[in-house]
Design a protein around this ligand. Structure first.
Ligand SMILES: [Zn+2]
Length: 64
C-alpha cells in the first residue's frame, strides 16, 4: 500500500540528482562563457541603460 510513497521518493531522488547534475553543467557552461568574454575584444552597443558587446553578449549596466 505504500508503493506510491516509494515511487515518489525514488522520483524525487532522481529529480534531485538530475538537478545537481544540471547545476554542475550550468557552472561549466558559465565558466566557458566567462572565459570567452574575458578573451573578447568587446564591441559595445549602447542604449540608455546598459551597453552590451555584440560579439560575446557581455553586458554592463551604465548606472551604478
Ligand atoms: Zn565581447
Amino acid at each position: 500500500m505504500d508503493q506510491p510513497f516509494i515511487d515518489k521518493q525514488k522520483k524525487v531522488e532522481a529529480l534531485k540528482s538530475e538537478i545537481s547534475f544540471l547545476n554542475q553543467k550550468i557552472k561549466e557552461l558559465e565558466a566557458e562563457v566567462n572565459s570567452i568574454q574575458r578573451q573578447c575584444n568587446h564591441q559595445f552597443q549602447e542604449n540608455a541603460f546598459m551597453r552590451k558587446c555584440i560579439k560575446c553578449h557581455h553586458a554592463e549596466s551604465l548606472h551604478y
